[in-house]
Unconditional design. Structure first.
Length: 452
């Protein structure tokens, strides 16, 4: 479902447009220069059909024609479903073959760009609607440790589907570790279907299945054999084809993507839902410090008058209040943090810490967050054991590293691994690791880290 944009002819207008959207396949007389600058361009006549084959023009979702000699009708015949944008000729004549004609002038690149954004949104909306309308019941499957981003995204998809007469059940396979997240689930009255060990859910009784905030199949233990119809996520783009796959690596939170769909489908956003989406973005971007994009800012702007700060502090207080009582689970979180600090070892600028056996997976990631704030170093790796699985959480300040990809490279042969540029995780069965697994973790990570 990745959009394909094509530019026939470039010139100064094309240059301006490329500053806003670089993902164009371009045919231009100066294609060789553009290619040297890193663009996906070929040199030649923008009207040359052989070059159209080279750049696979027929795959285009949007074609911007900036060379006056190229006829939009001929392009239309070549790629009937694409949206075609042309520029007004000097004589001001309307091009009969185009979907949209942009008036020439200073603002032309902006006009083109907003057209592309509009078309792209409409295309996604139509595709999601078609996918949802192909059934009446849906299982929305969250990842194993639902966080606020996953929780609010699942609820949003449920509401969008409900508007189309589709009823949904929400599933997860692991634990909800953080107390705030439990409070969020309770307060939103989500009615999640908890995992029942020994009797996995039968998803075949649903017309539709959806994964939110994760992609097939690294982060679910209950739906490994499910081919989801719908995937909405912001982690690494999977090699997976479903009815509807919208995975945007560049956005800070899945909540951002769902906010866009709630707006497109005109679904009412209650203050609680608005707050949950805001909280999802807040947590996933580490308080808007990590991986925030233009799309996130737009979603925030849209949610701005739909956030209930009372409700937000209620969720955060729920976490703190329970933390103040010396419960079993609280002790686990604090103990694990203590272990993480005690067991730190530094190898070539990377902090490693083994926290032993833990009760909650979130306690491991919580500790990694804590060490990263505490340490002056760029990369932190914390790992601990639940049952017969070793869980790894990694955090970094260095966006160029892309931890998710690093972890995948280091550990994907042993288990599940992935994530974002600044945060990632892995889960590896102990049976696949040697006795001295600590050394193995360090060696494998350092190998991937030092040989990018
Ligand atoms: Mn997320």
């Amino acid at each position: 479902m990745v959009p394909v944009y094509v530019m026939l002819g470039c010139g100064w207008i094309g240059r301006l447009l490329l500053q806003k959207e670089s993902r164009f396949r371009i045919v231009d007389a100066e294609g060789d220069i553009l290619k040297k600058e890193g663009y996906d361009a070929v040199k030649g006549d923008p009207g040359d059909h052989v070059l159209w084959e080279t750049i696979k023009l027929q795959e285009a979702t949007v074609v911007v024609i900036l060379d006056r000699s190229v006829s939009s009708e001929v392009v239309r015949n070549h790629t009937p479903s694409a949206y075609i944008i042309t520029v007004h000729g000097e004589n001001g004549g309307i091009d009969p073959g185009a979907d949209h004609v942009v008036p020439a002038g200073e603002t032309l690149a902006n006009e083109c760009y907003s057209q592309i954004e509009y078309v792209e949104k409409k295309r996604r909306k139509d595709l999601l609607r078609d996918a949802l309308q192909s059934g009446t019941t849906m299982a929305i499957i969250m990842h194993d440790n639902p966080d606020p981003d996953c929780i609010s995204s699942a609820l949003s998809l449920k509401l969008i589907a409900q508007n189309m007469g589709v009823t949904s059940d929400l599933y997860y396979g692991g634990q909800i570790g953080f107390l705030e997240n439990k409070a969020l689930v309770d307060l939103l009255e989500l009615g999640l279907i908890p995992p029942s060990p020994g009797s996995p859910p039968d998803f075949s009784r649903y017309d539709l299945t959806a994964f939110v905030d994760h992609s097939p199949w690294d982060y679910t233990s209950i739906a490994r054999d499910v081919n989801p119809d719908i995937v909405i996520d912001h982690h690494l783009l999977p090699e997976y084809q479903g009815k509807f796959v919208d995975v945007r690596e560049d956005v800070g939170a899945t909540s951002t993507i769902l906010t866009e769909y709630l707006e497109l489908f005109d679904v009412e956003i209650t203050p609680r839902l608005g707050t949950a989406l805001f909280y999802g973005m807040l947590v996933d971007t580490n308080g808007f410090r990590r991986g925030i994009s233009k799309q996130d800012i737009k979603a925030l702007d849209f949610l701005q008058d739909k956030i209930d700060t009372e409700f937000l502090s209620q969720i955060e207080r729920a976490g703190l209040a329970r933390r103040a009582t010396p419960s079993h689970e609280t002790a686990d979180f604090l103990n694990v943090m203590g272990e993480a600090v005690k067991n730190m070892q530094v190898k070539d600028g990377v902090v490693f810490s083994f926290v032993g056996k833990v009760q909650y997976r979130d306690a491991v990631s919580n500790s990694a967050d804590f060490l990263l704030k505490m340490q002056r170093l760029d990369v932190v790796i914390v790992y601990g054991i639940i049952g017969d699985i070793l869980y790894i959480s990694a955090r970094s300040w260095n966006e160029e590293l892309h931890l998710g990809k690093l972890l995948r490279k280091a550990f994907h042969q042993l288990g599940r691994a992935g994530g974002h540029p600044l945060s990632g995780g892995a889960a590896i069965p102990l049976s696949r690791l040697p006795e001295n697994f600590g050394d193995e973790i360090i060696t494998r990570f350092m190998q991937a880290y030092t040989q990018p």
